[in-house]
Design a protein around this ligand. Structure first.
Ligand SMILES: Cc1cc2nc3c(=O)[nH]c(=O)nc-3n(C[C@H](O)[C@H](O)[C@H](O)COP(=O)(O)OP(=O)(O)OC[C@H]3O[C@@H](n4cnc5c(N)ncnc54)[C@H](O)[C@@H]3O)c2cc1C
Length: 302
């Protein structure tokens, strides 16, 4: 279960309470505020707080006194200019605080993004819930034969059933032993900080994760990408949809220049110039390695 009825009631009570403010608010993200967006089988992402909007980026870039927005089209043009020229600090004026519930193996990838403030649920202090990630059948895939760091075709038939059964049963057995080790009935009971080490990496943890928009875009560029593992990508996709509602102009620029754009080396640019001049350019005469050429071709002919 993603949220208990009590947790849902707490969220609704928080949303029912409003107060006036002089601070800038962004209607798109207000709609998401506090609500849990389900991700995977038991996970979620929810916005706990935010600061700034598209106008805050413009204000900071112009170091202005007022709200900043004279003409929306001017502001959008400025935001695109800032994104195009990697002028990143105005984007750092916007901040977002998320509450995320995620499997531990996803958290291990996520925590590598060091430019955020994190506070995680303490499994030394509290007892973890009996909640484990078990992939949906269409996410249960074989090892990729072309990419060592990826998955290939979906597992079928008896093999799929057996794998799912083991994932569920092993996790449940580990949790049964976790509870038995913690129990103080007729025994001392093992410390929570030790008992947890027997749980699988599929167990769910939770954290508050706060970052600024510049570093969030960097996270999304890497994790809402086809190269990222599916289980972290679905979180990045959920966050990306919230960011689109929060700062539509900045997100549109990010989508255009970072997600949809590509970085080309001087060699690659030289090849394009030669192609435009009518020359037949191949991997052999490009000066690029086979791998680099493959990636270059994927940029030209996606
Ligand atoms: C598809 C994919 C596969 C990956 N595979 C592996 C893997 O096999 N093994 C593995 O270990 N990791 C792996 N990673 C993690 C990856 O190497 C990065 O650690 C992770 O993506 C965080 O990126 P970052 O350091 O740019 O982000 P952040 O930590 O958020 O940093 C953002 C930027 O701040 C700057 N910065 C932050 N801290 C420092 C610092 N101390 N010194 C200098 N500059 C700093 C850098 O410019 C950095 O790019 C993988 C990531 C992806 C997306």
């Amino acid at each position: 279960m993603t949220l208990t009825p009590e947790q849902q009631a707490e969220i609704e009570a928080q949303r029912a309470r409003t107060q006036p403010t002089f601070r800038a608010t962004a209607p798109g993200i207000e709609a998401h505020l506090y609500r849990a967006q389900p991700v995977l089988d038991h996970g979620f992402v929810r916005v706990v707080d935010y600061m700034g909007d598209d106008a805050a980026i413009v204000q900071a870039a112009r170091v202005s006194y007022g709200a900043g927005t004279k003409h929306v089209s001017n502001d959008e043009g400025l935001i695109r200019y800032l994104m195009r020229h990697w002028h990143s600090t105005p984007f750092e004026m916007c901040e977002i605080k998320l509450h995320v519930k995620l499997p531990v193996f996803v958290a291990r990838q996520w925590i590598r993004h060091r430019t955020a403030n994190v506070n995680e649920y303490s499994a030394r202090y509290s007892i973890l819930d009996r909640e484990f990630y078990v992939p949906a059948p269409d996410a249960l895939a074989a090892q990729s034969t072309v990419n060592n760091q990826g998955r290939g075709e979906v597992l079928q038939g008896e093999e799929a059933e057996r794998v799912l059964r083991w994932l569920r049963d092993d996790a449940m057995q580990a949790y049964d032993h976790y509870e038995e080790m913690l129990s103080q009935e007729g025994q001392q009971g093992l410390a929570r900080e030790l008992a947890r080490m027997n749980l699988p990496a599929s167990v769910y943890t939770q954290w508050y994760w706060k970052t600024d928009l510049h570093n969030l875009f960097h996270f999304l560029r890497l994790r809402a990408d086809a190269h990222a593992q599916y289980e972290i990508r679905v979180y990045a996709d959920a966050i990306a949809a919230m960011v689109r509602d929060w700062v539509p102009a900045a997100y549109a620029a990010f989508e255009d220049y970072r997600m949809g754009g590509a970085t080309l080396s001087s060699r690659a640019l030289d090849c394009i110039r030669r192609m435009l001049a009518g020359e037949e350019v191949t991997q052999e005469n490009s000066g690029m390695s086979k791998g680099e050429w493959r990636e270059f071709e994927a940029v030209l002919h996606p």
